[in-house]
Design a protein around this ligand. Structure first.
Ligand code: BES
Ligand code: MN
Ligand code: ZN
Length: 454
């Protein structure tokens, strides 16, 4: 929890200081002092502050500390409000602990970060606190096992949180999805006894009637692979195959709570991909809301099927001016980029540039992959309009090309976070064990930027 301007109560002191040429984040009062080195003053940036604050808070907590006061003035002076926000966000995200269901569950001691010394930075700190809460909401959903987060439960939890913020929500059930022609979404979703839900959250903070930016998040609450069954080992972690859906919710909640002037909508196709007598099969040819037919090469390439219909829904029903989809989509992207950057495909250079600006503010990293027309052949099918997997490698690009066909002319970004949903060896100190919430902060910044542009 972050509090402002009450330093008396804090046990520890965090202080950004200059020691000759080198900067450091110093903690504690005599006799206990700790220093996090920040490097040279001229190299200082927001990411360094984010990481340093995270390390500092972790150390204080490991020593049993429950509060610290952060002297904000030097950070504000060095890097302005963005620097201060980075420091606050890093500190707040580092304190996250994943939920557990142990009988002997121990509540985590709350940690309070007091911020002092720069009253003009209050707004930036408050904004960062809201963003941190949103990222942790995304982490909590992602960490939740599939038996405790079915599509129905996900819809309930999102609705509850959205209502508390005064957001409009709509849940499309399987009957309504059928009426909308969402055959690709249903092909996957009807493979489970836990029925599918299309979750829609609308935030109207911008001009009345202005078309919204729509964030589409993959919401596979568990991905067994279906009849193209995953192996035991590769099935672990697939409770987190709704990390994209969680991220778009987080982004929208932060926009609402910070009253950012923009119209934004989150659309989450939530399904379980598993095996039942009625499941779809490899070689099936299915329809989609767009009218395009799809040959199933693998039932394990389910993400692009539900996203295809959700993208069509975003364009047709929500009148999206721009679409961003985010998904734990391909192992190929995860293998290529590891846990550091997420992969991106874009059909619009200017929109991709906006993503890069947003990512500079959030500290998350994105790397663009090509969408050369030659790659379209990867998803050719002899019997349908499209093929849902690829026989010729390039798995990450094939998935992107598939989605691009549904985005059409609408400016669109595809973020593949398969390698980033879980914290791992290459993660940052503000990404503790468990889900990272990757994408929520960048999508928030991207929507905010879109709002600033109108
Ligand atoms: N959810 C997986 C992708 C994934 C893999 C996420 C590893 C996180 C970690 C996705 O639905 C999937 O199974 N993709 C397949 C596609 C293939 C069958 C064309 C893959 O990447 O192997
Ligand atoms: Mn899959
Ligand atoms: Zn999946």
């Amino acid at each position: 929890m972050m509090k402002l301007w009450n330093q008396e109560a804090a046990q520890w002191r965090l202080e950004l200081s200059m020691d000759g040429e080198a900067l450091s984040l110093r903690m504690g009062d005599a006799p206990r002092q700790m220093t996090v080195a920040l490097g040279k003053r001229e190299d200082l940036n927001c990411e360094i502050l984010r990481q340093a604050a995270a390390k500092a808070v972790k150390s204080v907590r490991d020593l049993g500390g429950e509060s610290a006061v952060l002297d904000a003035a030097p950070a504000l002076e060095a890097l302005g409000e963005e620097g201060l926000a980075a420091l606050a966000l890093g500190a707040e995200l580092a304190g996250y602990r994943q939920p557990d269901w142990k009988q002997a569950h121990k509540e985590q001691k709350p940690f309070t970060l007091y911020v002092a010394g720069a009253p003009e930075g209050e707004k930036a700190v408050r904004e960062a606190a809201v963003l941190a809460k949103a990222v942790c909401f995304a982490r909590d959903l992602t960490n939740c096992p599939a038996n405790r987060l079915t599509p129905e439960i996900m819809a309930q939890r999102v609705t509850e949180a959205a209502k508390a913020l005064g957001l409009e929500t709509q849940i499309v059930d399987e009957k309504e999805a059928r009426a909308l022609g969402m055959e690709a979404f249903l092909a996957v979703g009807e493979s489970s006894g836990n029925p599918p839900r299309l979750i829609i959250v609308r935030y109207k903070g911008g001009q009345e009637g202005a078309r919204p930016i729509v964030l589409v998040g993959k919401g596979v609450t568990f991905d067994s692979g279906g009849y193209s069954l995953k192996t035991g080992g590769s099935m672990r972690g697939m409770k987190g195959d709704m990390a994209g859906g969680a991220a778009v919710c987080g982004a929208l909640f932060a926009l609402a709570e910070n009253r950012v002037p923009v119209n934004a909508v989150a659309v989450i196709p939530a399904v379980e991909n598993r095996i039942s007598p009625a499941s779809f099969l490899p070689d099936d040819v299915i329809g989609s809301m767009s009218g395009k037919t799809i040959e199933i090469g693998s039932t394990d390439a389910e993400g692009r099927l539900i996203l295809a219909d959700a993208i069509t829904y975003a364009i047709r029903e929500e009148k999206a001016c721009k679409v961003v989809n985010i998904a734990t989509l391909t192992g190929a992207m995860a293998r290529m980029l590891g846990g550091v950057a997420a992969g991106v495909m874009a059909n619009d250079d200017a929109f991709f540039a906006d993503l890069q600006s947003a990512a500079e503010r959030s500290g998350e990293k994105f790397w663009r992959v090509p969408d050369y027309p030659e790659y379209k052949q990867l998803i050719d099918s002899p019997v349908a309009d499209l093929f849902n997997s690829s026989n010729d490698g390039c798995g990450a690009i094939a998935a992107g090309m598939f989605l691009a066909a549904f985005a059409g002319e609408t400016p669109w970004l595809h973020l593949d976070i398969a390698g980033n949903a879980w914290s791992g060896k290459l993660s940052q100190p503000y990404q503790p064990k468990g889900a990272t919430g990757m994408g929520a902060a960048t999508l928030y910044q991207l929507c905010k930027l879109m709002g600033e542009k109108v």
